[in-house]
Design a protein around this ligand. Sequence first.
Ligand SMILES: [Mn+2]
Length: 315
Amino acid sequence: MRVIICSHEADVDGIYSASVALMKYPHADVSFYNYGVDNFTKMYDYLKYESKKTRNGLVIISDLGVNNEVIDLCKDSIEYLVNNRWSVIWVDHHPWPRRALTSVRKIANIFHDSSGNKCATEIMYDNFMYKNKIAEQLSLIAHSSDFMTNIKNYDSRVSELIHFYRNNTDAKEKLQSLVLKSSRGILWDTDMQRDYTKFIKISEFQIKASLKTLAIKKILSFNVAFVFIYPYVQTSLFSQELFSNCKIDLAMLFNRNGKVSIRRNTDKISCSKIAANLIEGGGHEFASGGRLKNDARNFKACINEMKGAIIKALE
Ligand SMILES: [Mn+2]
C-alpha cells in the first residue's frame, strides 16, 4: 500500500514525528508543509494527485493543526481521498476548534491531544511505536524542544539545522534525510556537522544584526521585546536567549516577510490570544505566530500593529 507522511516543516517535533511514522511505515514518502490556506492547498493537491494514480493508500498528517480558515478545505479534500479509497490518520497536539474536530473525525482517524502536555512525536510514539527505544528517545527530545524544558539536556543544534535547511534551496531533500537518519537512530553525523558549521558562520552575524533592532517597551504591566529577525535566526532559541539576558515577559519577533513569532516568559500572557489578533494567527499558549498587515520595512508601523494585538489580547 502506498503511504505518504505529511508533517510540519518547522521544527524538531515536525521532523521527529515524521521519523516515528516512518519507523512504522518504512516505505512511506515524506513531505513537509506549513500553516496557511496556500500551504494546505499544496499538500492536498499533491495527495489528491497521488490518490488518482494509486487506489488504496494511507496518509499520515502530523504536527499540523486545523484552524477555522482550513476546516472546509480539509473536509472536502479528505472526502476526495476517502472516495479514492485512501485513509487518513491525523496526529496533532495544537488546539483545534471544536467544529474542526467533529467534522474531520467523521472522515479521518484523529489522534489528538489537547492537554497541552504532549507534542506530536509523543502521540505518534504512544500510538504507533510504543516501547521502541529509538522512537522513545525521539519523543523525549521533541518534547524538550517543543516545550523548552530541560534545555540543558537537549542538543539544540538539530533545531538550528532544521531552520537552516528550511531556508535552503534543497530544503525538501535535506529535511527528508534528517527524517530518515533519525528514524534509524542517527541523531548527528559528519554531513550534519559540516552543514552546521556553515550555518553558524552566517547565523552568528545575523543574530548580532537582529539584536541591534531590539526595542523593549512597557505595555500595561509587561516588558515586551520587539525584534526584527534575519532569516538564519532560529526564533525559539533566540527568544530563549533574550529571556535569559534581558528582563522581558514577552518577545515579538518579526521577519522581512512580516511573519511574527510570539514567545512568552510568563504564564500571565497567552501567546495564542495575541496571535488571534494578527493575520493567519495560530499556535499554542506558550508559542504562536501570525502575519502583519504592515510592510516589515516600516518598523514603527509594525511595532504599533503588534502593540495593538497585545493590548487587545490583554484587555
Ligand atoms: Mn509540535
